[in-house]
Design a protein around this ligand. Structure first.
Ligand code: CP
Length: 253
């Protein structure tokens, strides 16, 4: 499997490399600047050639259109390992974590609090598809770009309303990759959207805390919640490996 990383990664890189190896495959990691894409080779030619060498292609990049174009021309499955708009492999691991903790996903309430980014988009899509209620609380100007039909997804600017009765509270970094130039204004507008002990109290007594990592304790989540007994964050990170192995078995086997 070719694993193309045009953005940094800890979890995605290691979990895919380990997962492909455990499945009996060989991961070929290609970093930005290492292929002829950086010298103008077209995505079409790149996809046509890689399809002759590998069983699947994973790509982490900025523009979502890059993944779509690669998939249009590839004869093998293309896996989105993160774009600015979506992070579906993360959401698969998140749903696996919820299933481990609560059993059936249907009827569970997941509250996402923070920036309306790629992780929020993918949680809305996959959560709704799994029959969950997804409440997303962001500042008005940072609402998710995606709109998901159906009453199971609600958008609000009130984090406490979103957290009310939730089985899980979820947050992500306030400054995503590519947003560094707006870091100061993002930190100001997202200040009321921290996953802290008070917000967790609004959720169900059995509610868990989720974070896709990397975390910035004291910013989008408190250290007490991240490392506390209601945190499922480390299981969630491990589940990247298991969910992606299942995905690859489905796509490639
Ligand atoms: N959650 C996630 O995608 O982590 P990495 O950026 O470290 O891969």
């Amino acid at each position: 499997m070719a694993l193309i990383f045009e953005r940094p990664s800890t979890r995605t890189r290691v979990s895919f490399e380990v997962g492909v190896t455990e499945l009996g495959g060989h991961p070929v990691v290609l970093r930005e600047g290492e292929t002829q894409l950086s010298r103008g080779e077209s995505l079409r030619d790149f996809a046509l050639v890689l399809s002759r060498f590998v069983a699947a292609i994973g790509i982490r990049t900025g523009p979502h259109r890059t993944v779509e174009e690669l998939a249009e021309h590839s004869a093998v499955p293309v896996v989105n390992m993160l774009t600015s708009e979506h992070h579906p492999c993360q959401a698969l691991a998140d749903l696996l974590t919820l299933r481990e903790r609560f059993g059936d996903l249907r009827g569970l309430k997941l509250a996402y609090v923070g920036d309306g980014n790629n992780v929020a988009n993918s949680l809305m899509l996959l959560g709704a598809a799994a029959g969950m209620e997804v409440a997303v609380a962001t500042p008005e100007e940072r609402r998710p770009s995606l709109s998901v039909d159906g009453a199971s997804v609600t958008l609000t600017s009130d984090p406490e309303a979103a957290a009310e009765g939730a089985h899980a509270l979820y947050t992500d970094v306030w400054v995503s990759m590519g947003d560094e130039a707006s870091a100061a204004s993002l930190r100001t507008s997202l200040e009321p959207y921290r996953l802290d002990e008070a917000l967790l109290e609004r959720a169900r007594p059995e509610a868990i805390a989720l974070h896709c990592l990397p975390a910035h304790p004291g910013e989008e989540i408190t250290a007490g919640v991240l490392y506390g007994e209601r945190s499922a964050v480390w299981d969630q990170a491990e589940n990247r490996l298991h969910a992606q192995k299942a995905l690859l078995e489905l796509l490639v086997a």
